[in-house]
Design a protein around this ligand. Structure first.
Ligand SMILES: CC(C)(COP(=O)(O)OP(=O)(O)OC[C@H]1O[C@@H](n2cnc3c(N)ncnc32)[C@H](O)[C@@H]1OP(=O)(O)O)[C@@H](O)C(=O)NCCC(=O)NCCS
Length: 158
């Protein structure tokens, strides 16, 4: 994700359908802030949310304030590309990326309880319901996957 993706991100995060489980669709300025946030994350962490280049979407990993700090798997896909398995494929790839880094034990997803599609993507990527939590003043489902247990190995041998 870079400054050249601003139009794409505005069409994605500015779409009221895509953002119906968020507090509001994002303005162009907020989309630029989203890109800036991910650019900083790439520099600091070596990862962030990436563009799904084959469609208008993003998916990836960001640190979020759950249980201290937890690595969240996030995903957004434009409505015309939804229902083709793309978020699931991208989420699985991002989870593999986290596992292969070897320095993170768990990934989570923070999901609005009414967001059936997101719950299904999390489940299909191997993240099961862990608990309910308050996330920025809103109730959220926290799904999680243990990256080592999930792949049938303990941390020492993976
Ligand atoms: C969540 C989202 C990324 C899913 O993208 P997608 O590419 O359509 O997902 P997939 O095609 O991989 O579908 C995964 C599963 O969700 C199901 N699904 C998709 N849309 C659904 C809907 N509106 N209601 C119920 N299930 C739905 C699919 O049927 C599939 O399950 P199945 O294989 O058992 O049939 C997409 O709906 C989206 O961008 N939503 C808005 C942004 C958002 O809420 N992101 C998540 C924030 S936590």
């Amino acid at each position: 994700m870079s400054d050249g993706d601003l139009d794409l991100m505005e069409s994605l995060l500015g779409d009221p359908v895509v953002m119906r489980h968020y507090d509001h669709p994002r303005s162009r300025t907020e989309c630029q802030s989203w890109i800036d946030w991910n650019t900083r994350n790439y520099a600091r962490d070596g990862f962030g949310l990436w563009i799904i280049e084959t469609v208008d979407g993003d998916c990836g990993l960001t640190w979020q304030p759950i249980d201290g700090e937890s690595l969240e798997l996030g995903y957004h896909v434009l409505p015309r590309h939804q229902g083709k398995g793309l978020a699931t494929e991208a989420a699985r790839a991002a989870k593999d990326f986290a596992r292969l880094r070897g320095d993170v034990d768990v990934v989570i997803a923070i999901i609005d309880p009414g967001n059936t599609a997101s719950i299904r993507v999390a489940e299909k990527a191997g993240l099961s319901l862990w608990k309910h939590a308050d996330y920025h003043g809103r109730e959220a489902l926290i799904h999680r996957a243990d990256l080592h247990q999930d792949y049938g190995c303990d941390k020492a041998s993976c």
